[in-house]
Design a protein around this ligand. Structure first.
Ligand SMILES: Cc1cc2nc3c(=O)[nH]c(=O)nc-3n(C[C@H](O)[C@H](O)[C@H](O)COP(=O)(O)OP(=O)(O)OC[C@H]3O[C@@H](n4cnc5c(N)ncnc54)[C@H](O)[C@@H]3O)c2cc1C
Length: 234
């Protein structure tokens, strides 16, 4: 089936917000490979914050005795998953400045088993769970757990989408290249969100969506993204 549209949105994550009332009269198609709402709503920001909030409340309930309060919450214990965090760096949040990463690492070490400077060497099945062999400055170590979460970063889906077939350029990380109006090098093709920016934050994607929306409606008078810059006094 071939059809013609004024606007085709590939991916119903942040792009899902584009078809507002200012686009009434446009013929719009949305192509989504999985579920409407994208990462943030379905498995990213919102679900993870709901888990974190529940775990924080459970922790407060468990610790209330320290303050002389008698609080019990059936189920609080069941949220007490023991977590081991393995990282190759000397700190968590290694991209942040020293004060932040020192404090964050210290806080996390109080709550979790944090293995710093540890390089995973081997993953194997063990006792219905998983075993991880690590090389650390203190010698070989092992971690055994029920589940293993590999959280070594996310990459754009530009390969799966085969953007190269359109002539759209990508950078060495697979991010679609855009100018500061979020137009790609191919006229009529725009890109926003994790596919195009390296920050991979919902707030960025939302801001880009607003700009793309404006620029689609005002061809010839595009708005430009403000350069990210910090200004300090004194
Ligand atoms: C666990 C986790 C927690 C996070 N927490 C935060 C947070 O607290 N704050 C924050 O700002 N950001 C957070 N993020 C990042 C945030 O979720 C993303 O930056 C944001 O969702 C990016 O929006 P997007 O529209 O670019 O991509 P997505 O929301 O991923 O939308 C892309 C859509 O495109 C679809 N798609 C992909 N390929 C194709 C294809 N070939 N054809 C058709 N459809 C396709 C996908 O199914 C998806 O629905 C988190 C991310 C994760 C994973």
């Amino acid at each position: 089936m071939t059809a013609t549209y004024d606007l085709v949105i590939v991916g119903a994550g942040s792009g899902n917000m584009l078809p507002g009332e200012e686009f009434s009269g446009w013929r719009i198609a949305v192509a989504e490979a999985e579920r409407f709402g994208g990462t943030c709503l379905n498995r990213g920001c919102i679900p993870s914050k709901m888990l974190v909030y529940t775990a924080d409340v459970a922790r407060i309930a468990q610790q209330a005795g320290r303050f002389g309060l008698d609080v019990t919450w059936a189920g609080a214990e069941s949220l007490g998953t023991r977590v081991t965090i393995v990282t190759r760096g000397t700190h968590l949040l290694s991209q942040h400045d020293t004060d932040i990463r020192d404090r964050f690492t210290q806080e996390y070490r109080q709550r979790f088993d944090v293995r710093l400077g540890a390089t995973p060497e081997r993953v194997s099945a063990a006792g219905g769970g998983v075993r991880l062999d690590l090389a650390t400055p203190a010698g070989p170590q092992q971690v055994e757990a029920e589940v293993l979460l590999v959280a070594t970063g996310r990459i754009p889906n530009s390969d799966r989408l085969d953007v190269a077939a359109t002539g759209v350029e990508t950078d060495s990380h697979g991010h679609v290249r855009t100018d500061d109006t979020y137009a790609t090098n191919v006229p009529g093709i725009w890109a926003l969100g994790d596919l195009a920016n390296h920050y991979q934050l919902k707030h960025m994607a939302n801001a880009e969506e607003r700009l793309v929306s404006y620029n689609l409606l005002h061809p010839g008078q595009p708005r430009h993204a403000a350069p990210a810059r910090a200004v300090t006094r004194g």
